[in-house]
Design a protein around this ligand. Sequence first.
Ligand code: C5P
Length: 410
Amino acid sequence: MYNRRLQMIDVLSGKRVILGVCGSIAAYKVAELARNLTLAGALVDVILTEAAERFVGTATFQAVTGRPVLTDMWSLPEDGVVGHVSLGVDADIVVIAPATANTIARLAAGISDDLLTTTVLVTQAPILCAPAMNPNMYEAAVTQENIATLQRRGFTILEPDVGRMAEPMVGKGRLPEVATIEGELRALLGQHNGPLRGRKLVVTAGGTHEPIDPVRFVGNRSSGLMGYALAATARDLGATVTLITGPTALTPPSAVALVRVETALEMRDAVHAACQDADILVMNAAVADYRPADVVEQKMKKSDAGLLLQLVPNPDILGELAQRRDLFKVGFAAETQDLVENATAKLTRKGLTMIVANDATTSIGQAEIQVTLLDADGTGTPLSRQPKQQAAAAIIAAIVERYLAFNQDR
Ligand code: C5P
């Protein structure tokens, strides 16, 4: 059934990832990256440089990937293919993390004197490179020139984090968080061959805070979980994603453009700006319907007389975009009664292509959600109750299907 077809498998499933590890102290951190990629279904071949072997052993990487770890160009299994080039030829993506100044220099010079540099030279897959080294080595003119050379040749280079190094100094040279590297890797894979590559998608997430005074606000229970998951999934499928978010406690996905807002009016400005050149808008945010008519400048004093708050309506951000026929618009409708009728009315009023309807009493602030997808032609597709991450993947899969048809019709 439709419902089942929309069950998405992770984009990393079955992908051949080569993880090149160089001799930097940060080498120990990427064992977790190897593990996460493997758990997501990727076939991860780890190549350690000679220097990397002095920092980390092969046993950990072998255990977390379930595959032999490669260190020597001359000891690859021969299966009729020239061993030292087959890895690079078969790869879907190559990630070098941590990348040292030395390996970056060898790659920039086209040297291929070990398995990692040979693999990189031979591969036609996208290459992600995460430099990590002493800040002085990173800032050295020759390293910067080598990095620029690799960028010019199409490598995606991540900026190191700034912070405390292993040696007692603070600077720019730390390996980015594993989650950041994984997000960048997913984005790069998606941009290479995902169905949304070359498309700009805007997602809004979380609820808005409407200030009463400097310390109080009117808000709602939206956690932002669904919107963040939608943004990450769209990124994985190759979209250039702008995530416009109200205040949440979540860590945002990497490799998306993040715009933080507080109020509905700020969200409106951000949505209008981001949508100017966008292809798809997924309006998941729980925008406050009203805001206090006046924001009091100083903290309000408690009073026995109680407090009467006057609220004025916020603009309907989606509704204002109803005339944008070129924009594929998806709304969300959280209802507590007459779900399908109310959601369908919103879809029509706001000029949407699709609306995702759900029962607010059983989803907002929860980890799981049951949604029904409603199309402009009146079709309703209920999905099973599932974790929000999975529901987000199913919703994005449905958007991809409809967007391709929407684009063809124009
Ligand atoms: O009108 P209602 O709030 O029920 O509609 C929900 C949909 O409209 C959601 O997609 C929400 O993000 C969007 N919305 C909006 N601007 C508002 C209120 C809701 O774009 N002021």
